[in-house]
Design a protein around this ligand. Structure first.
Ligand SMILES: [Zn+2]
Length: 327
């Protein structure tokens, strides 16, 4: 294959000519100084599109939040020093962290399906960008046929409305029945989840009249099926996506951090509404995706939020996808 990269004699002559003319320009402008390029600030990739069989999948970074952590969000049942030392040993800042939000569009060729609606615009200065970025990605809100809500937390339902306006005017909605009932009823919810319920009542409950409700395993559209993943939220659903023999699991918030939640699945996560069920669900899903080498998209995995889970000793680790989906 080396010959493909060898320049021809003609190329060499062209190259020589270019070098000569650059030298000539430099010679005619003695002492010319080019200003240093300005600093442009951080640039983040925020749109990523790949193929899964005959489906086209687009991940969009709705945004991110930075704050204190990983402890006590992760390792909620562990001493702070233990979690901080572990973070450091993994090359992470011991007391500061970032959490990304990644939405997934699946174009089946017949329908455009959006998983979760992102944060409400204005909830955070660094999030709530989905509605703008989907235009950049080449879609219009009117083209979204189905919005699937994995669970009722504000970073997943806040973007269903923009003020008093429905964000996706032509969409039908798919909810987990268990999760919808839980957040709508609002019985015995933790003090820390009062705001979650307020957002839910305002953003998600009005969609009920255009919604279908899945109980257990069920079909969203041909090729997309729900799998119960209760724990992080009482009725959270993951979704198995398959086209032309290629498979992918959207595990929603089964793991909320690519190191802390995957390498230490038994550590409690403060965001989990049922912490022990969260642990059991993580281990069940990690076993499933590592045994099957099933690719994963996860809402809080580092962008583009596409990867695999491998067994590592008695635990697991996140392996970001490389070019597997480009071939
Ligand atoms: Zn979330």
């Amino acid at each position: 294959m080396a010959h493909e990269f060898s320049p021809t004699r003609r190329d060499m002559l062209k190259l020589a000519g270019t070098t000569a003319s650059v030298a000539a320009i430099a010679a005619t402008a003695p002492g010319a100084v080019y200003a240093a390029a300005p600093m442009l600030g951080v640039s983040r990739p925020s749109i990523y599109r790949f193929k899964l069989g005959n489906f086209e999948i687009t991940n969009i970074l709705d945004g991110y939040v930075q704050g204190n952590g990983p402890h006590p969000i992760f390792g909620n049942n562990q001493p702070a020093e233990v979690v901080q030392a572990y973070a450091k040993s993994q090359g992470l800042h011991p007391t500061k962290m970032e959490n990304p939000y990644v939405n997934t569009f699946v174009n089946t060729g017949k329908e455009l399906v959006l998983f979760d609606a992102g944060n409400a615009k204005g909830r955070l200065p660094t999030a709530g960008k989905l509605a703008e970025l989907l235009l950049v990605a080449g879609y219009k809100p009117e083209q979204v046929d189905v919005v699937v809500i994995t669970h009722g937390h504000p970073d997943h339902v806040g973007g269903l409305m923009e003020g008093d306006k429905v964000t996706y005017p032509n969409a039908r909605y798919v909810f987990s029945e268990v999760d919808f009932d839980y957040w709508k009823k609002g019985e015995n919810i933790a003090e820390t989840r009062k705001v979650t319920r307020e957002v839910y009542m305002k953003s998600a409950v009005p969609m009920a009249e255009k919604a279908t409700f899945l109980k257990g395993e069920g079909e969203v559209v041909p090729g997309i099926r729900s799998i119960p993943a209760y724990g992080h939220s009482p009725g959270m659903m993951a979704f198995h996506i398959e086209s032309d023999g290629q498979r992918l699991l959207n595990w929603a918030d089964v793991a909320n951090h690519y190191i802390m939640a995957i390498q230490q699945p038994e550590w409690h996560v403060s965001f989990d509404d049922d912490k022990e069920m969260g642990v059991a669900t993580r281990k069940r899903f990690f076993d499933m995706v590592s045994n099957d080498r099933l690719a994963v998209v996860g809402y809080h995995m580092p962008f583009p939020a596409l990867g695999f889970v491998e067994k590592a000793g008695t635990s697991y680790r996140w392996v970001p996808a490389g070019y597997q989906f480009n071939l």
